[in-house]
Design a protein around this ligand. Structure first.
Ligand SMILES: [Zn+2]
Length: 191
């Protein structure tokens, strides 16, 4: 709970019917959310998220697929990637990508992600990424990182560094751990 307190300024609690449901809104740059190296995960998807690209989102399906493949190389899995008019209310199970509205501060931010998740279980319900026109390099990959449940990283050159200028393609700490099969093999050897 300590980190939640630390993040208070950036959490919008939305108790709209569900207990423990909350939304974290990432606004860049912000220095309230930086975790010590390399990076910390606070929420997880229970199943592969589908990726819904709203009609006015400033990215193509191919651009989104390229950004997702960067995460797939680290072991993450996604479901369908599709365009939508996004008029439906149900976004459960989806990462939704939208064009940022007029309230978006283009001087402060290159992208924003709202993550809707259960604070007691850490299970993500859905996420929404807002992008301005002319999306900068790395921004989509960075926001997908938040949509997957990652905090910012203090590591210079890291994809999750909150400052675009000080960020980069470093993926330290993000790889999905693989099962340790060596242990079960050696267990078979014991009498
Ligand atoms: Zn961020």
């Amino acid at each position: 709970m300590l980190f939640l307190f630390f993040l208070t300024g950036n959490i919008l609690f939305g108790f709209d019917g569900f207990e423990n449901k909350s939304t974290i809104r990432y606004i860049h740059p912000s220095y309230f959310e930086i975790k010590e190296e390399p990076v910390e995960k606070f929420a997880t998807w229970k199943s592969k998220p589908d990726v819904k690209i709203c009609n006015y989102a400033p990215v193509t399906v191919d651009q989104v697929k390229r950004a997702l493949s960067w995460w797939e190389k680290l072991g993450y899995k996604f479901g369908y990637v599709y365009r939508s008019n996004c008029v439906e209310n149900a976004h459960y199970g989806n990462i939704v990508i939208s064009l940022a509205g007029q309230d978006f501060d283009f001087n402060r931010s290159y992208g924003t992600t709202n993550l809707h998740y259960d604070t007691s279980t850490g299970v993500v319900h859905w996420a929404q990424i807002f992008l301005p026109e002319n999306v900068r390099e790395r921004v989509l990959e960075h926001e997908i990182g938040h949509a997957l449940g990652w905090h910012h990283s203090a590591r210079t050159g890291h994809i999750l560094h909150p400052s675009w200028q000080r960020g980069g393609w470093d993926s330290t700490g993000l790889r999905v751990p693989t099962l340790n099969l060596t242990r079960s093999k050696s267990a078979l050897k014991s009498p």
